[in-house]
Ligand binder design. Structure first.
Ligand code: HGY
Ligand code: MN
Ligand code: MN
Length: 409
C-alpha cells in the first residue's frame, strides 16, 4: 500500500503559487528577505497550513519553525526541511519546494491514513539565504549548535537592523530551545539552481554533498577628489581598486578552473557621483569550490592581490569574513537510496554536488542527511525567472515521500 503512495502534484503546485504571493514582486518574482514583513507573512501562512494538517508547531529562539506529526512510537523524528526566505530577486521554488514538499508528504499520509513508526517533522530554518543577514544559514547553524544563539541574534543586516530585534518585531522569537537537536535523519528537496539536470535530461539529482563557500566583504577607503583637476599620480581611487579586485576574482576562477567559481555580488561606491573620485568602496566576493584546498588557494590569491592593489593606490583595505563553510558530504547510504528510489520510479537520476549552500549541510553534522534535486529551467535561480516544471516538482516530491516513509519505519 505504502509503495503505491504518490503525492498530489496539483495541490503542491497550488501551495507553491499561493506562498509566492507573500512577498510577490510586480515582475512575478518573490522578495521575502529574512525577518522582513514578507517573511512574516510567509511564515504565518506556512504555520497555518502546518496546523491545518494536524502538526504540533514549535518556534525556537532564532525563529526556526518545526511541525511534528506523531508516529506510532515517540523518539527522534525524520525531518523534512528547507527555508522560506528568499533573495530580493527570488523565484518561487528555491527553499519553498522543500518546505511545501514536506507538507505535501504529510497531507498524502493523512489522506491515506498512514501512521509511520517514527514521528515526522517539517521544518523551515531562519535566514538560509544570507542575503539580508550574514552568515547565511544561521538558523540551521543555531538549531544544530554550530553557532551560538547570541551570535545570530546580534547579526546586523545590510539595512542596519539587528536580527534579534527583527525576530521580535515579526513575532517569531520563540521559546523552544536551540542547539540540542533531536533528529533521526534529514531530507531536503530542492531545485538544483544549476544547468546540469535539465541539460543532461535527468529528472532527479541524488546530491552527494555541498561545495565549500567563502564570503568576504572588502571596505576600501581612498580620497574623494575632483575627477577633472586631480592628476592620476595623486589619486587614491577606491573605485579603481574595487574594479581591479573584481576583475582579478574572475581571473582566479578562470585560472584555477574545475569547480572554482567567483562572484562580485555587491559593490557600492561613495559618494557615487560622476565627477568625484570614489572615496570608498564596499564590495563582497563569493568564492566556492568542491575542493577545499583549491578554495583556500583562491582565497589566498584574492587576498594577496587585494592587499597589493590597495597599497599601490594608497587606499586602505579592511577585509571581513561573512561566511566560511568547508565542503560537506551527505550520508552515502541516503544518497544511494535517493538514486534507487528514483530508478524504481523510472526517473532518470544523476549524482552531483550542490553548487549552492543548503540547511542540509548543517543538519549533516548531527544526523544522516541528504538532498533530492529537481531540474531548474535554464539552470536559472536567484532570479525572478526561476522555474521548474510541475511534473518535475511532483516527481521530486514522490521520491521525498517514499524515502521519508522508509526512514520512518
Ligand atoms: O548562497 C547560497 O548558496 C544559498 O542560496 N544561500
Ligand atoms: Mn535554497
Ligand atoms: Mn537560495
Amino acid at each position: 500500500m505504502r509503495q503505491n503512495l504518490r503525492v498530489n502534484g496539483a495541490r503542491l503546485w497550488s501551495r507553491l503559487q499561493r506562498l509566492a504571493e507573500e512577498g510577490a514582486r510586480p515582475d512575478g518574482g518573490v522578495c521575502r528577505l529574512a525577518l522582513s514583513d514578507a517573511d512574516k507573512a510567509g511564515r504565518d501562512l506556512v504555520v497555518q497550513w502546518m496546523r491545518e494538517l494536524g502538526l504540533t508547531v514549535t518556534i525556537d529562539a532564532i525563529g526556526n519553525v518545526v511541525g511534528v506529526r506523531r508516529g506510532e512510537e515517540d523518539g527522534a523524528p525524520v525531518m523534512i526541511g528547507s527555508h522560506i526566505d528568499t533573495v530580493a530577486t527570488g523565484g518561487r521554488y528555491d527553499g519553498a519546494l522543500g518546505v511545501l514538499g514536506g507538507l505535501e508528504v504529510i497531507e498524502t499520509l493523512n489522506d491515506a491514513g498512514v501512521v509511520t513508526k517514527r514521528p515526522l517533522a517539517v521544518a523551515f530554518f531562519t535566514n538560509e539565504e544570507g542575503a539580508r543577514f550574514q552568515p547565511d544559514m544561521f538558523g540551521s547553524l543555531v538549531f544544530t549548535g554550530a553557532m551560538a544563539l547570541e551570535t545570530a541574534l546580534t547579526s546586523v543586516s545590510i539595512d542596519g537592523r539587528k536580527a534579534g530585534e527583527e525576530l521580535k518585531r515579526i513575532g517569531y522569537g520563540g521559546d523552544a530551545p536551540v542547539g540540542k537537536p533531536n533528529v533521526h535523519a534529514y531530507v531536503e528537496l530542492h531545485v538544483e539552481q544549476g544547468p546540469t539536470l535539465e541539460a543532461e535530461g535527468f529528472a532527479i539529482g541524488a546530491v552527494e554533498g555541498v561545495q565549500g563557500i567563502s564570503w568576504t566583504e572588502f571596505t576600501l577607503t581612498g580620497q574623494a577628489n575632483h575627477a577633472g583637476t586631480t592628476p592620476m599620480r595623486m589619486r587614491h581611487d577606491a573605485g579603481y581598486v574595487a574594479a581591479a579586485i573584481a576583475v582579478h576574482a574572475r581571473r582566479i576562477a578562470d585560472e584555477l578552473g574545475g569547480d572554482q567559481v567567483a562572484t562580485v555580488g555587491a559593490l557600492t561606491l561613495s559618494p557615487n557621483l560622476v565627477n568625484v573620485v570614489a572615496e570608498r568602496a564596499l564590495m563582497t566576493i563569493d568564492l566556492r569550490n568542491t575542493d577545499n584546498e583549491r578554495l583556500k588557494q583562491a582565497e589566498a590569491r584574492l587576498m594577496s592581490f587585494a592587499v597589493k592593489a590597495a597599497a599601490g593606490e594608497g587606499v586602505t583595505l579592511e577585509a571581513r569574513s561573512l561566511a566560511r563553510f568547508d565542503p560537506v558530504p551527505f550520508a552515502p547510504h541516503l544518497v544511494a537510496r535517493v538514486e534507487a528510489i528514483a530508478k524504481a520510479f523510472d526517473l532518470p537520476v544523476k549524482r552531483l554536488p550542490s553548487g549552492a549552500g543548503h540547511d542540509a549541510q548543517m543538519l549533516a553534522a548531527i544526523c544522516p542527511a541528504c538532498m533530492i534535486f529537481t531540474p531548474s529551467a535554464g539552470g536559472i535561480s536567484h532570479n525572478i525567472a526561476e522555474y521548474t516544471k510541475p511534473e518535475d516538482i511532483a516527481a521530486g516530491a514522490d521520491v521525498l515521500l517514499r524515502l521519508v516513509t522508509e526512514l520512518a519505519e
